[in-house]
Ligand binder design. Structure first.
Ligand code: AMP
Ligand code: ZN
Length: 362
């Protein structure tokens, strides 16, 4: 970081993205014109594989900017010739209005956001089916088959799982065909391997392990045998669609401690970094993840330090407000902070359990 992985003359770079992982020191990813064209091409292939055509109207509901989900899908959709609406992330009322007014047929969002929109519509007495959507491209975060079925049922569309990571371009790496039985990897662009994350030996065919990827077409920043930390398997056998490219199963988790909250990668260490920088904060804290409605919620319980605590509610409130602001800046979404008196959280004997993940698996 920042440019040590750049493999071409800086003059050839036309675009840069970063992984959503860290805000302090993200992984910077560079693209030449050729890289952008190749990326758009494989992204367009994904959309075509799901059945989208130039007659479709596409609303892209993920963030434009350093995150690859916005521009990645955008260029692919334009390449396919779709009428592309760069709605960006958030502003649910506007998303619904755009879908209605422009008769959108294909959307791209995180599964949790798609569910959030549906719940908003239902709570306002509207039926998401009346939108007339055909295809939901949902990815960037893990979700279950049950969640897919639920979303398909609510919207009356077909949901296609979309997998990618910034280091391999972003979205467009692996995508489902109309059989919806695993994500075809574009093997003309990537070599896939599955390894045991502990021994680093290759897994047996069909066995779950860590996905390792090598780029074949990237020029600005080729990467050999990148350990994605994502756990999955290659589905044995051939797909009835006739495509020969290997299929990845749904990601079942990660081999490291990274959390994916609302599609954003968050390391517990990022939270700790903010907390521990504050002079009033004590040593003990817990990150609590839950599901409220369809959305991930992150709450941080933290103790104020004995020395800073003067016994006033006002002091606790002040610290809470400051931490909420700083954590928001760090991770990009609202984090609920609860500041507690010294000694309120259970002290650990040995390794502390910092993360309590009580999110519903849908
Ligand atoms: P980033 O490079 O910051 O966009 O994050 C990439 C990471 O997001 C991947 O390594 C996965 O952990 C996660 N991810 C992306 N797409 C999916 C998906 N369809 N299912 C599960 N996890 C995903
Ligand atoms: Zn197929």
């Amino acid at each position: 970081y920042p440019t040590g992985m750049l493999a071409v003359d800086p003059e050839e770079v036309v675009r840069m993205h970063t992984s959503s992982g860290t805000t302090g020191r993200p992984t910077a990813i560079f693209h030449t014109r050729q890289d952008i064209e190749n990326w758009a091409e494989i992204m367009a292939r994904c959309l075509a594989m799901a059945g989208a055509t130039s007659k479709d109207i596409f609303q892209n509901m993920t963030g434009y900017g350093l995150f690859t989900g916005g521009l990645g899908l955008h260029y692919g959709a334009e390449r396919l010739g779709m009428w592309t609406i760069p709605a960006g992330a958030g502003n649910t009322a506007r998303q619904i209005m755009l879908m209605k007014d422009f008769h959108v047929t294909v959307i791209h969002a995180t599964p949790s956001y798609a569910m959030h929109i549906a719940e908003r519509m239902l709570s306002e007495g509207e039926d998401p089916k009346t939108l007339g959507l055909k295809i939901g491209v949902l990815g960037a975060e893990p979700y279950t088959e049950e969640m897919r079925l639920k979303l398909q049922d609510i919207y009356g569309f077909k949901v296609f799982n979309s997998y990618g990571l910034s280091e391999m371009n972003g979205p467009g790496v692996a995508f489902e065909c109309t059989y919806q039985n695993g994500m075809h990897v574009w093997e003309d662009s990537y070599i896939v391997e599955i390894i045991d994350p502990n021994t680093l030996e290759p897994c047996k065919p069909g066995e779950v392990g860590e996905l390792v990827m090598t780029t074949l077409r990237r020029t600005a920043q080729p990467i050999i045998r990148y350990r994605t930390r994502d756990l999955t398997r290659i589905i044995p056998g051939e797909c009835p669609c006739g495509r020969k490219h290997a299929r990845l199963d749904r990601m079942i988790g990660r081999s490291d401690d990274m959390l994916i909250v609302r599609g954003v990668n968050v390391f517990p260490s990022q939270i700790e970094e903010v907390l521990m920088k504050h002079e009033w904060v004590g040593g003990n804290y817990v990150i609590h993840l839950t599901t409220i409605g369809a959305m991930d919620e992150m709450a941080v319980k933290v103790e104020i330090s004995k020395t800073a605590f003067d016994g006033s509610i006002e002091t606790l409130r002040k610290l809470r407000d400051q931490l909420q602001r700083q954590l928001r800046e760090q991770v990009g979404f609202n984090v609920h902070v609860e500041v507690m008196e010294p000694g309120s959280l259970p002290a650990s004997e040995g390794k502390a359990k910092r993360v309590i993940d009580e999110r519903e698996r849908r």
